[in-house]
Write a protein of this length. Structure first.
Length: 462
């Protein structure tokens, strides 16, 4: 086999391949065998039809087509390896010559990873939010815990803010009760904003047995977006009672003996959360600065595929789960389709560019992913997906996505290397040290990378 490579542009090549006919022998034998199993010829047992009879009855061309289709992937892979290129996606193959008994010639055009030069990134400087936990933050955290331990007791008085009422609802549009517009024994906390607009004003001041009618725009269901006349009837009113904030509450709601210990723990947890947020913010801003430093030619076909993938996933997965189509989503967002496509293209370009740069850094810095790092990343991805680690690991293995997870961790480590070399200061002008917990820094970096790359997973196919 002879092959040559021609660079069409920084991200695309054309391979020209010539294969002597004798190298097709194995594929021709396989083609005759396959056709033998598929056809029946009178006078011959199935699978025992001579090649000359198959040529006569079904045409030599059918055999050649089957053989070439079988052989092309092998010869393409050999040409790719010989040319030492890194293809992206599937090639566009064109058979330029097929002489029976003499020669097979074809060309294959394919996108390739561009050559990237990583400049000195040690001069990158970014500013992030300072880690500050106020007394008000702690009080709010403790108050939220207190809310979780609230109890209710029925009262014989008019409903007011904060009360829990049990209500029956009936919604009409144009005087007709909607088929999905009736609900009974609905528990609702006044002021929570969890039901219809206007319901708080309607039920406040009502005692058990009282009812009121109000108009509200429906947020879902068969008449979504339409104004409905809603009748609400209160069947019970219950007051919410919050426990006293004291040591007894601390013992009931936590593993601590005193309220002061509970508050100290809340402060520490808030600090840890803000430190992780700060680390993620640092990764994102360092990444943005890194992207500005590096020129990356963009493979057109890869970009087109990535845009289509993002659009498809939004329409058929995310919006589908919310009962929306793209037109309704764009209306809610206040965007035109042109604006949406422009944003999607920008996001796709950033995702692909991020992968190219960080993958190059992985190679340059010779970064490896340990089993422990992969396991920790898998646990985090499982938690965010709502699956158990075992379920998530099984799904990843079945779908052949282990290399994808390894790539995510490796890119996180590459970004962490850049962050370590950069200067990170908080809004108080203090230098931020992100080296205390290397595992946490890598995970924060992996999250930052995932947020940018989204569905993008630039794969090499040979």
């Amino acid at each position: 086999m002879k092959s040559a490579v021609e660079t069409l542009n920084p991200t695309r090549v054309r391979l020209t391949v010539e294969v002597p006919f004798e190298e097709l022998k194995d594929s021709l034998d396989a083609a005759y065998k396959k056709i033998n199993q598929q056809v029946t010829v009178k006078g011959f047992r199935k699978g025992k039809i001579p090649a000359r009879v198959i040529d006569q009855r079904f045409g030599r061309g059918a055999v050649l087509e089957e053989a070439v289709n079988d052989a092309l992937p092998k010869f393409y892979t050999e040409a790719v390896n010989e040319a030492e290129v890194n293809p992206l996606g599937q090639p566009e193959v064109d058979i330029t010559e097929l002489k029976d008994g003499e020669l097979l010639a074809f060309t294959a055009e394919v996108d390739v990873r561009p050559t990237i030069e990583i400049p000195d990134y040690s001069g990158i400087e970014v500013t992030v939010d300072a880690v500050e936990v106020t007394d008000e933050d702690v009080e709010k955290s403790v108050e939220q815990l207190r809310e979780r331990f609230a109890s209710t007791s029925p009262v014989e008085r008019a409903a007011q803010d904060g009360d829990v009422v049990t209500i029956d609802l009936e919604a009409k549009v144009d005087g007709e009760v909607l088929p999905d517009g009736v609900a009974s024994d609905v528990s609702y906390t006044i002021g929570s904003g969890e039901l219809l607009d206007g319901i708080d004003e309607a039920v406040k001041g009502l005692e058990a047995g009282g009812e009121a009618t109000f108009t509200s725009q429906l947020k879902g269901g068969s008449a979504e977006g339409k104004d409905a006349e809603v009748t609400v009837k209160v069947t019970t009113v219950a007051a919410r009672e919050l426990p006293e904030l004291d040591d007894e509450f601390a013992q009931m709601a936590s593993e601590f003996d005193t309220l002061d210990e509970l508050k100290a723990d809340s402060r520490k947890r808030l600090e840890n959360m803000k430190q992780f947020d700060q680390a993620t913010q640092a990764q994102e801003r360092v990444l943005d600065e890194l992207l500005k430093l590096v020129e990356v030619p963009m493979p057109e076909k890869l970009l087109e595929d990535e845009i289509n993938t993002r659009k498809h996933n939004l329409e058929h997965h995310q919006l589908g789960q919310m009962g929306l189509d793209l037109a309704k989503y764009l209306e809610i967002q206040g965007k035109t389709e042109e604006e949406f496509l422009a944003e999607t293209k920008e996001q796709a370009e950033k995702g692909i560019k991020t992968q190219f740069i960080l993958d190059e850094l992985v190679n340059k810095e010779k970064l490896d992913v340990s089993r422990e790092e992969l396991t920790e990343h898998l646990f985090r991805r499982a938690a965010s997906s709502g699956m158990s680690p075992d379920q998530f690991a099984q799904a990843v293995a079945q779908q052949g996505q282990v290399p994808m997870l390894v790539g995510e961790v490796a890119r996180g480590k590459a970004l962490a290397v850049v962050v370590e070399a950069a200067t990170v200061k908080d809004t108080n002008g203090e230098v931020v040290d992100l080296s205390d917990d290397e595992d946490e820094v890598v995970e924060a970096a992996a999250e930052a990378v995932e947020a940018v790359t989204g569905e993008a997973e630039v794969s090499e196919d040979k």
